[in-house]
Write a protein that binds this ligand. Sequence first.
Ligand SMILES: Nc1nc2c(c(=O)[nH]1)N[C@@H](CN(C=O)c1ccc(C(=O)N[C@@H](CCC(=O)O)C(=O)O)cc1)CN2
Ligand SMILES: NCC(=O)N[C@@H]1O[C@H](COP(=O)([O-])[O-])[C@@H](O)[C@H]1O
Length: 243
Amino acid sequence: MRGPPGWLVRSARAIGWPVVSNDSAAPEVPRPAGPVPIVVLVSGSGTLLQALLDASADPAYGVRVVAVGADRDGIEGLARAQRAGVPTFVHRLRDYPDRAAWDRALTEDAASYGPALVVSAGFLKLVGEEFLERFGGRYLNSHNALLPSFPGIHGPRDALDYGVKVAGATLFVVDAGVDTGAIVAQCVVPVEDDDTVDTLTERIKQAERPQLVEWVGRLAREGFRVDGRRVLLGDSAGGADPR
Ligand SMILES: Nc1nc2c(c(=O)[nH]1)N[C@@H](CN(C=O)c1ccc(C(=O)N[C@@H](CCC(=O)O)C(=O)O)cc1)CN2
Ligand SMILES: NCC(=O)N[C@@H]1O[C@H](COP(=O)([O-])[O-])[C@@H](O)[C@H]1O
């Protein structure tokens, strides 16, 4: 995958946030002062979201969760956002005539908060073309398996069924495939002989939370670009320091 195309760079910059790009014609702009705004998408208990909320309480982290979106009501992830005073929005697939209409509503709501990055943290829906056109190259997903093994929504179960000896989590830049985007970071945990899906899922999450916090912070603070299968941080990407 190439870096974001020129029009996407311009649309990100239109809201005041630089996207480091392969497009040498796209002018660099200085990063605005203040924390980098992110929108987080959730479908469940939201412990990854909580890790981001906790980290962003420290101004030195440099990231602010400006909104939390979900595909369902009544989940602890939304309650965590509300307790933190963060606005929420919900779009249930079944409330829309088709998937494209749902994708458009999700895209528009997320975009209305002006995020520099969107982060899926346990969001159990595939986003569509409109979402990827708006947020392509700046939409991250944390997945509870060591990609490219065990994509989908049952990573720990599929890993156990296969009999692997290590499992883990992958943070990647989402593309149009399912869990196929360029990898930002991976962490590894052992699989124990007596593991159940629940124990392995929890062990993975314990490693996944600090990984997510560390890398969302670095990507947001330093800028990045996608070069083929590699994700390069601002300085190593040869781009201008976004600060
Ligand atoms: N276009 C993409 N959207 C998203 C990706 C992605 O790689 N490409 N990653 C996800 C999260 N994800 C795993 O990390 C994931 C989410 C959902 C599915 C999926 O098959 N969902 C079904 C519904 C399944 C169900 O609810 O039982 C669906 O959307 O219809 C696979 C992987 C974030 N979005
Ligand atoms: N493929 C998507 C997927 O399965 N995502 C996984 O859901 C969990 C969310 O936990 P949380 O709700 O406690 O943050 C995380 O482990 C995340 O990788």
